[in-house]
Ligand binder design. Structure first.
Ligand SMILES: [Zn+2]
Ligand SMILES: [Zn+2]
Length: 356
């Protein structure tokens, strides 16, 4: 829960040479925003959160070359562009991922937002897009075509990219492969949509909430399993998958679920994880069992995506009618940000998007 958000007037600086000023049109609420509000993920306060923004570029810094005034853009996460992983097209594991996305300040300690002379933490994911205007960097600003519904595009920059990228990039699912997804929130359902776009075989969704489970079926899950009504979920997945699954994707962070997910894998299988675990939790899997099947378990950040190439790829799927991510979205006026957050927490809306 945490204290509700308040909407206030602040002063926003001009963009620096490598930055862009974006007028927001829409912004998604991601689980990470809610975790920062509740304190589960501590951030320096006061801060402007928001990291799934979409909008129109109003001004650019002198060294910006790829983005122009008037461009329609989706804002994503920041990366340094210099480190070993950035140079190998893996910005989601940038060595500076944490300081650039979570500290609420630029790497030189400044922020572009003040209120009556006092510093306000900003540049959350180098955007802080719960605002009418945001300062982003060229590296996390992705230009999209102007015929797309701009106000719905923001979640491609984090939550949807996280689930879809996990399946497409991190797991490398191919046509006919089977997948078990644990948790049918925004990230889990985005993984499902990507699995369908890639021509997956069986996709088994494990979800206790009946409404979400039904929605998963509408979106193309071949089977749904309610773990509250199915005492041996692992046995059920093995039965439905014909012995097990090629891939598993955990969004829950619950150690017992992760342990079952590892055991559900067929030889050579891979488990991807994105859920926040309890702070003291260790990997809950039997190593000998992993050895004998040659299985892999790994944590995934932002779907191992490079937003500059993966967002266009998701948009190609969307245009072809193979990736209807807009079905996950419920729109709210920006002023109703707390109602939108509540709808996300209760599960009434999978992915709230605030529109301006
Ligand atoms: Zn880097
Ligand atoms: Zn996010």
């Amino acid at each position: 829960m945490g204290a509700p958000w308040s909407i206030e007037t602040v002063e926003l600086a001009e963009p620096r040479e490598d930055e862009v000023l974006v007028r927001m049109v829409g912004v998604g609420i991601c689980h990470t925003d809610l975790s920062c509000r509740s304190g589960a993920l501590p951030v320096a306060l006061p801060i402007v959160l928001g990291h799934e923004g979409s909008g129109v570029v109003e001004r650019i810094g002198s060294k910006v070359t790829r983005v122009r005034v008037g461009d329609h853009v989706v804002l994503s996460f920041d990366s340094c562009g210099q480190c070993r992983n950035c140079r190998h097209d893996s910005p989601a594991t940038c060595f500076e991922f944490f300081p650039r996305n979570f500290t609420g300040k630029r790497t030189d300690g400044t922020t572009p937002i003040q209120q009556n002379g006092a510093l306000i933490h900003a540049v959350f994911f180098s955007q802080s897009s719960f605002a009418t205007h945001a300062i982003a960097r060229e590296v996390n600003t992705v230009v999209i075509d102007k015929d797309l519904p701009l106000e719905l595009m923001g979640p491609l920059g984090c939550g949807i990219q996280t689930g879809a990228g996990a399946v497409a990039n991190s797991l490398g699912l191919r046509e006919g492969d089977s997948l078990a997804i644990f948790g049918a929130g925004g990230v889990g359902l985005s993984a499902l949509l990507a699995a369908r776009a890639l021509g997956a075989g069986s996709v088994i969704v494990v979800e206790p909430n009946e409404k979400r489970a039904r929605f998963a079926q509408e979106l193309g899950a071949t089977h749904v399993v309610n773990p509250m009504k199915t005492p041996d979920t692992l046995a059920e997945i093995r039965t439905l998958g014909g012995g097990g699954v090629n891939f598993a994707f955990d969004t829950t962070g619950i150690p017992a679920v992760i342990g079952a997910a590892v055991e559900a894998l067929l030889p050579g299988g891979v488990l991807g994880m994105v859920g926040g675990p309890p702070p003291e939790a260790m990997m809950p899997a039997n190593l000998m069992s992993m050895l004998f099947r040659g299985v892999t378990a790994k944590y995934i950040i932002e779907g191992d995506s490079n937003p500059q190439t993966f967002i266009p790829k998701m948009l190609d799927w969307y245009r072809a009618g193979r990736f209807p991510f807009d079905k996950l979205i419920g729109k709210f006026p920006f002023e109703s940000i707390n109602e939108a957050a509540h709808a996300a927490e209760t599960g009434d809306v999978i992915k709230p998007v605030l529109v301006f």
